[in-house]
Write a protein that binds this ligand. Structure first.
Ligand code: GDP
Length: 358
């Protein structure tokens, strides 16, 4: 046992923590409550599935302090070889569709199967509204108490890109901490669904049955992204309408072009409150993972996502480096005034500012 732990720790690139046993790390961590914690201790504790350590590392990722970010980067690097092993599921749907109720029932179903699950969120509005999703402590009460579940509210940030980067990195840490399933929840604010889609293996859209108008008012792109649509609240008087909606969605989905994954998106009904059809959704996801693992799409998609995130990160970094230069800040202000007075064009101003760069 001790031997295998040592081997696992040694795999990590450039970090000499082979001396630290997991228990040791957790003990150290407990002693150093709020003061300085050394990165190696934190890494060892994360790898031995310690939730306190995981939370602290995520806090470092979310920090604006450059010293914290430097630590966060070292932790992420050390965690990377141990990540990549979970199933990442994105869940979206309008407010009130039952996302948190669903995640709670679904999450309990998974922990009941012996899985460890992490629930994260991408909520770009959270910095303004103090969290429209996952911020409310009364949500997912049973799951919060489940020792095999970890729930982390959305990072706040001034841009979707910022929140997204933090969530991407949090996924890596959660995987290194041994979570089997990572659920990422989002509401349909702006581009947040596209962002979640770009970091998950499976994208689940929760819908409600309406009065025959199921296909109206849905952003086409979201249907296209969905690997499954679950019509929630299929209970009581609503059951009939839900079944009807299922037929309509299934028919509509056939009109979309076939996916590169060779996966035909599924439509199903469920009741998060009555715990009905929840097992079917996990069966669909397992089936998806099997199918796409066999045809190599699963791996290929993750590779594509990694490349996409590389480019995204560079773009974000260049942008922030550019706008944070004092001379650019000063000159930008002047150019904006010139534009206001119609004394230059946006393109001439941009050209001027870009040439000032470096
Ligand atoms: P969210 O805003 O998407 O996270 O939705 P919530 O999970 O907060 O649910 C909104 C409301 O719908 C709550 O009052 C839930 O109790 C209710 N709800 C959620 N799932 C179901 C369901 O399967 N059946 C019924 N009848 N109500 C549900």
């Amino acid at each position: 046992m001790a031997k295998s732990k040592k081997t696992a720790l040694q795999e990590k690139d450039g970090i000499s923590i082979s001396e630290i046993t997991s228990n040791n790390a957790i003990e150290k961590l407990k002693k150093k409550r709020s003061t300085k914690i050394d990165v190696d201790t934190l890494i060892a504790a994360i790898l031995s599935k310690d939730i306190t350590a995981l939370s602290r590392a995520i806090t470092l990722i979310e920090s604006k302090n450059p010293k914290h970010l430097e630590k966060a980067n070292r932790i992420i690097k050390a965690c990377l070889p141990h990540a990549d092993k979970s199933v990442r599921i994105g869940i979206t749907g309008v407010p009130g569709v039952g996302k948190s109720t669903f995640i709670e029932t679904f999450g309990k179903h998974l922990t009941g199967m012996g899985k460890r699950i992490a629930v994260l969120a991408i909520d770009p509005s959270s910095s303004l509204t103090k969290g429209s999703i996952l911020g409310d402590k009364t949500r997912m009460e049973a799951l919060v108490r489940d020792k095999n579940a970890y729930i982390r509210p959305s990072a706040s940030g001034d841009s979707l890109g910022g929140v997204a980067r933090k969530t991407r990195e949090t996924i890596t840490l959660c995987e290194a901490a041994g979570f089997d399933v990572i659920i990422i929840e989002t509401v349909g604010v702006g581009q947040s669904e596209t962002t979640v889609h770009s970091m998950v293996d499976f994208f689940l859209l929760l819908k409600l049955a309406g009065a025959g108008d199921e296909l109206q008012g849905i952003k086409r792109g979201i249907i296209e992204m969905a690997d499954a649509i679950a019509i929630n609240k299929a209970d009581g008087d609503n059951l009939k309408a839900a079944k009807l909606a299922k037929t309509e969605f299934a028919r509509a989905l056939h009109l979309y072009p076939e996916k590169a994954s060779d996966w035909q998106p599924k439509v199903t009904i469920c009741s998060a409150v009555e715990n009905k059809g929840i097992d079917t959704i996990w069966d669909i996801i397992s089936d998806y993972v099997d199918t796409t693992t066999k045809n190599n799409y699963f791996r290929a998609k993750r590779n594509e996502q990694n490349k996409y995130w590389l480019v995204q990160t560079i773009e974000a970094q260049l942008k922030s480096d550019f706008f944070n230069q004092p001379k650019i800040k000063k000159e930008l202000k002047k150019q904006l005034e010139l534009i206001e007075n119609n004394e230059t064009t946006p393109f001439a101003a941009a050209d001027y500012l870009l040439k000032l760069n470096n």
